[in-house]
Structures are given as C-alpha cells and as structure tokens.
Ligand binder design. Structure first.
Ligand SMILES: Nc1ncnc2c1ncn2[C@@H]1O[C@H](COP(=O)(O)OP(=O)(O)OP(=O)(O)O)[C@@H](O)[C@H]1O
Ligand SMILES: [Mg+2]
Length: 230
C-alpha cells in the first residue's frame, strides 16, 4: 500500500535571488518503508520534508496521502490523522512541561489527556522509550538540546501517525543517543508498520533506512550505503 505519492513537485525561492530548491521531484512511499534524504546543507531537505508533510505548499505538483489528494482545505486534517513531524528546530512550547508538550497533538485533536486517559498512557510509553520518564514535569526551556530532540520525537509519535517525518533527528545528539534514536525510529517503522522519511547528514542513520536519496540541485538521486550516487 502506498501511503504517500508525490508527483512533479516544484518549489523556488526568490529572496534575494531565484533558487529552484525543488526542481521536479516525484516520490512514492509504501506503508512500513523508511527513506533517508541526504544532501549538503542548504540543498532543500527541510523544504522538501515540509512540503511532503503538508506544512508548506509547493509551487506545482501533487501530493496524495493515504489515498487523498492534499489541498488547502484538507491539509490540516490529513496532518492530524496521518502525520507526525520531528522538526529540525524542535518547535517545543518552551513554557510547557515535557508531558504537556507531548500531549499537545492529542489535546489539539480534542482527545482526553488526563492522567487516566489512553493518550496519557501512550505518552508515558513514548517518554520511556526516549528515556525521559523522570523529566515529565520539567519545563521544555530547561532541557538540553538532546533532551529536547527526544521530547520532539515522543511528541511526533503521540497521535500514532502512519507517516513520520524526521528532520535531522540525530542532529543534536551524542553518538550513543543518536544510535538509540535511530533504533527507536526504525522499531516504530518495523513493529508498528509506520513509514519514515528522514533528512540526515548522518551516514549511519541513513544506512538503517530501506532506501536512500541524495538531494542535489533540486533533484532526488538514488544513493547507496557506500555513498555512490546515480
Ligand atoms: N522562506 C524562504 N525564503 C527564501 N529562501 C529560503 C526560504 N526557506 C529556505 N530557503 C532557502 O532554501 C534553501 C534550502 O533550505 P533548507 O532549509 O530546505 O535546506 P536544508 O537542506 O534543510 O539545509 P540544512 O542541512 O542546513 O538543514 C536554502 O538556501 C535556504 O536559504
Ligand atoms: Mg534542514
């Protein structure tokens, strides 16, 4: 089953001069599949993830998620129902506690989030898997970079999305934590049949994925574990 089907995506920026960040990209992602998007800084990985994750509109092209063509009217709902996003800059609510940050998507979805609710129990489970159960009540602004990253991951999993986007998920982590986060994301994909699209500079993380692409001059090129581009 195809969970995401993007066709002929284009995106240019004109500030200060024109750059065609996404020149003509098509991509199909199957349920349960993991995909790595590699590429130099500034090549457009974040832009591509934002477009595929319906956070930003392309200039041209179409995106179908779980059989529905995305448009301005349904993008918000499609995101809520199918997508979890781990941002490069985390986007945590600084004055809220760890647990409140994680429960925010459920709260927005108008689910119960009290301490007896299924959402709360799910949140505890995810917090445990990122090893932050003891930081439940800590305000986000007091966490270290790596801890924030792990909260952002737990939050992305909160709504049980079928499609997870992770923008440099190991970017701020030491080697041991980077490996753990990589394993956690892969477990999610394999055990729970989720799909994962991640942008990464980390060859070890990219090597864990089923397919690898290099984003270069606005195009997606295939990329082997040995670093060969074709
Ligand atoms: N809103 C915008 N307006 C103008 N230019 C933009 C905008 N957003 C991104 N860009 C430019 O588009 C290019 C791609 O940016 P993007 O953040 O997608 O790259 P990236 O591959 O994620 O880089 P990094 O590895 O450093 O995170 C960059 O040159 C950036 O300056
Ligand atoms: Mg980026």
């Amino acid at each position: 089953m195809t969970i995401l089907h993007a066709e002929n995506l284009r995106k240019s920026f004109f500030d200060p001069k024109r750059i065609d960040v996404i020149a003509n990209i098509s991509l199909q992602v199957r349920a349960g599949e993991s995909i790595a998007i590699c590429g130099r800084s500034g090549e457009g990985k974040t832009t591509l993830l934002h477009i595929l994750g319906l956070l930003e509109e392309p200039d041209a092209g179409s995106i179908v998620i779980a059989g529905q063509i995305a448009n301005r009217g349904n993008a918000y709902l499609l995101r809520q129902q199918h997508i979890g996003f781990i941002f490069q800059s985390f986007n945590l609510l600084e004055d809220f506690s760890v647990i409140d940050n994680i429960l925010m998507p459920a709260h927005i979805n108008r689910q119960r989030v009290d301490s007896k609710s299924p959402a709360y129990h799910m949140a505890l489970e995810h917090l445990q898997s990122v090893d932050l159960l003891d930081r439940l009540e800590q305000k986000a602004k007091l966490l270290s970079g790596g801890e924030r990253q792990r909260v952002a991951i737990a939050r992305a999993l909160c709504n049980n999305p079928s499609l997870i986007f992770a923008d440099e998920p190991s970017g701020n982590l030491d080697r041991a934590n980077a490996v753990r986060i990589g394993e956690l994301l892969m477990q999610c994909v394999q055990k729970k049949k989720k799909s994962l699209i991640l942008a990464t500079h980390d060859p070890a993380l990219a090597a864990l994925c089923d397919r690898r692409f290099m984003l270069q001059d606005g195009a997606l090129l295939c990329y082997t574990t040995h670093g060969k581009v074709f």
